[in-house]
Design a protein around this ligand. Structure first.
Ligand code: URA
Ligand code: ZN
Length: 379
């Protein structure tokens, strides 16, 4: 058994202040409280046409997070606010709440137990008031605030940006400030794709969560690549939720489509596949084949280092790609339906890491925690 650390980089919270806001609302997103057999029965409604899901203390109580971590052998977590963040608020409210929630999350982490003299068990991703009508100055202030809060190591971001998507040039000062700050940007979906795509059958949350979420991340990241964001801000550190969705699978097709579209091709400094080697991917994919494939695609990007040179057929070094992959759970989403000691969603992700062909102990320990310690500079 390895003594290496297990670090969860994809784990959420609705901080009490945010949960109170959701409870006070009469439109989406909201928490509706009713009572069942004399006990409060909270349900969370956040997605388009949401049928609701049970929500309880594991969504806001830090002790529950720590209990969950203990139960699964997780040493440290980098906790992020869950979707839909501040997206639905007017600018001034979003700005005030972002400041307060960043302070709340700092406290949530700072008061967590210590793992060693220099390490806490909890660190966090802060929030930007990224809504239409917000001023650039307000966004830069939030980045400055987060940079000064010592337990916040990054920010979590949805895909809407200032309303026009993340490829809007209006965000350039934000990317510049984030790059300079060294904060990790965790890109996370919420909206999925057009609900019309799901048809009329009642498939619960399956289609939006299994497909819509990852497709949204795929589209947003592709738009960032096409807008030249990684050419202009090469040191930006972007972590993609759900192993980058479908982007690894589609990256050669993307490269080919760009190649056949001279206007777009002339805008980019590199072959599309090169950019995937600059990104970080969580390992929330639930299967060893998928994790191995993503690590191949990341490794392969080095073949495009020269900027569009013809790739050689050298064997792909899977281990290299693993260094940009990081364990996550998506807690408190995907709880077990029946009470069990361990959550299947966690166990499956750990088993997947363990079973990737071509990853040795060093790579597995890296994905389980060492890569996170290094990415977030947790020493
Ligand atoms: N469902 C959500 O709404 N968010 C997550 O992060 C996971 C599942
Ligand atoms: Zn998530």
């Amino acid at each position: 058994m390895s003594l290496a650390r297990l670090v969860d980089v994809h784990t959420h919270v609705y901080l009490p202040r945010y949960a109170a806001l959701l409870r006070s609302r009469t439109t989406l997103p909201r928490i509706i409280t009713s009572s069942r057999e004399g006990k409060p029965d909270d349900r969370l409604f956040i997605l388009d046409r949401d049928t609701g899901r049970p929500v309880g203390s594991q969504y806001w109580d830090r002790d529950e997070k720590l209990k969950f971590m203990d139960r699964h052998g997780i040493d440290m977590s980098v906790v992020s606010s869950a979707n839909p963040w501040l997206d639905f608020l007017p600018a001034s409210e979003a700005q005030t709440l972002a400041t307060q929630l960043n302070e709340d999350l700092e406290q949530y982490c700072a008061d967590s137990p210590s793992l060693s003299p220099s390490l806490k068990r909890l660190y966090g991703f802060g929030l930007l008031p990224l809504v239409p009508e917000i001023s650039t100055a307000a966004l830069l202030e939030a980045i400055e605030q987060i940079s000064k809060l010592s337990h916040l190591k990054g920010i979590i971001m949805g895909t809407r940006g200032l309303g026009k998507g993340l490829d809007s040039e209006d965000l350039d000062p934000v990317w510049a400030a984030l790059e300079k700050s060294g904060l990790v940007v965790f890109l996370h979906p919420h909206y999925g794709v057009d609900v019309e795509a799901w048809g009329e059958k009642d498939n619960g949350h399956v289609l939006p969560l299994a497909l819509g979420f990852p497709f949204e991340t795929t589209i947003a990241t592709t738009r960032l690549i096409l807008a030249g964001v990684f050419d202009r801000f090469p040191s930006l550190r972007l972590l993609l939720a759900h192993s980058g969705g479908a982007l690894p699978q589609l990256s050669s097709r993307l490269a080919s489509c760009i190649e056949h579209d001279p206007v777009v091709a002339s805008r980019l400094k590199h072959d599309a596949r090169w950019y995937l080697g600059k990104l970080y991917f969580d390992a929330v994919a639930y299967g060893p084949e998928e994790l191995g494939f993503v690590s191949d695609v990341i490794s392969r990007s080095q073949r495009y280092e020269a900027g569009g040179s013809v790739p050689t057929n050298t064997a792909v070094d899977r281990a290299l790609g693993s260094r940009r992959m990081l364990f996550g759970t998506d807690h408190p989403f995907f709880p077990p339906l029946q009470p069990t000691e361990k959550w299947k969603s966690v166990v499956e992700n750990l088993q997947a890491i363990d079973a990737v062909t071509g990853w040795g102990q060093v790579e597995k320990d890296g994905v389980r925690g060492a890569n996170a310690l290094s990415l977030f500079n947790l020493v």
